[in-house]
Design a binder for this molecule. Structure first.
Ligand code: SF4
Length: 361
């Protein structure tokens, strides 16, 4: 929702100051999806708001739920016709996370990523970024009391059913957040503003493919927000091949950026490592990864997430579960803090690396 437009509209309509607070609470905290639901403001104001404003800056084109009832993906159409995707995930009972996009498409072209293969359309506005969170708030709100036709899988599941709370936001959808810093910065301010969404900084994570100046800005302005680095390959040679951004900012640049980050924040950084069969899952790859992580100098502040690859092309497949476990144990024995991250939503193309902004289901 465009809060500036709302303020201006209320001022021009000579509304008392507390109206803004009432509407902000209803939209950002309670998750109403229509101004007509805000029953503590006058009826004529509700009607005028409906004529003048939209709560969301896009419309949902498609919503699909995964078989396991633990993730839901939405395809959203922006006002200019561009499409983006966002995913609601339940890593544990009653706990929901939202994975949001920061760009329509992505210019970085990582070889394993469906978004990258689709090319870049444009940066999202701050409003379009935070509206994805509003969208899922509304969704959870509706599904906590009413069973809507296409949303039934949430209410129909006794396990992942009513009463779930939206607790975490991850910037891991379409796009590279640090290439759209101005709008991402504004959206982070909105997300942590106690008068708007009111999320704690530690409930938010920003993931980058490796832009040092972005890491620096995040550390300077939002030192409590989590940083995730999509490393995925442990040598410049392999990273250059699969992640073209490495030709601009190589592993040494990232090492320096992380060292600066630790000087400023001294907080844990999550190292994302997607496992691709016979590409980056050998013992030699593990040794190179260990060597690289140790060279950064703050091993206790690095945590590796090993991620099963969700196939988006025929040319690459995920390492099998045996190799994944072996790799994890090997890293652990070498003093690396590591987990295998559960991959949710692969059957709806809503898992890591699968978002493409197209209707595929
Ligand atoms: S993995 Fe991230 S940075 Fe790379 S192309 Fe996909 S969205 Fe862009």
């Amino acid at each position: 929702m465009n809060i500036h437009k709302l303020k201006k509209f209320l001022e021009e309509s000579n509304q008392p100051k507390f109206r803004l607070e009432q509407i902000k609470k209803a939209v950002y905290q309670d998750g109403v999806s229509d101004f007509s639901e805000i029953t503590n403001i006058p009826k004529d104001l509700r009607e005028k708001l409906r004529e003048e404003m939209n709560i969301l800056s896009f419309t949902a084109q498609n919503i699909s739920g995964a078989e396991d009832k633990r993730s839901v993906k939405a395809l959203l159409k922006l006002r200019d016709g561009n499409l983006i995707e966002t995913v609601l995930i339940s890593p544990k009972l009653g706990d929901w996370s939202v994975c949001i996009s920061s760009q329509a498409g992505c210019p970085l072209g990582c070889a394993f990523c469906a978004t990258g293969r689709g090319g870049f359309k444009r940066n999202l506005t701050a409003e379009e970024i935070t509206d994805q969170v509003l969208f899922w708030k509304q969704y959870l709100n509706k599904n906590s009391s009413v069973a809507l036709s296409c949303h039934d899988y949430v209410t129909s599941s006794p396990e992942y059913g009513r009463g779930g709370k939206l607790n975490n936001i991850v910037f891991m959808g379409m796009g590279e957040p640090f290439l759209n810093w101005e709008n991402v910065e504004q959206s982070l301010k909105t997300l942590i503003d106690p008068e708007l969404f009111g999320f704690g900084s530690r409930a938010i994570s920003v993931s980058t493919a490796g832009l040092p100046e972005g890491i620096e800005k995040l550390a300077a302005e939002f030192p409590q927000i989590n940083l995730a680095l999509s490393l995925h390959f442990p040598t410049d040679e392999s990273r250059n091949e699969f992640m073209p951004i490495n030709k601009k900012y190589n592993l040494e640049d990232l090492r320096n950026a992380l060292r600066k980050y630790f000087l400023k924040c001294n907080r844990k950084v999550f190292i994302e490592y997607i496992l691709l069969e016979n590409i980056n899952d050998s013992r030699e790859d593990a040794d190179n990864l260990i060597k690289y992580l140790k060279s950064i100098g703050k091993l206790q502040l690095l945590h590796v997430n090993l991620i099963r690859y969700n196939a988006t092309s025929d040319e690459m497949k995920s390492s099998d579960s045996g190799v994944t476990r072996e790799l994890k144990d090997y890293l652990s024995r070498s003093g690396i803090s590591v987990t295998i991250r559960k991959s949710l939503g692969s059957d709806i193309q809503g898992a890591c690396g699968q978002l493409a902004g197209t209707r595929r289901r």
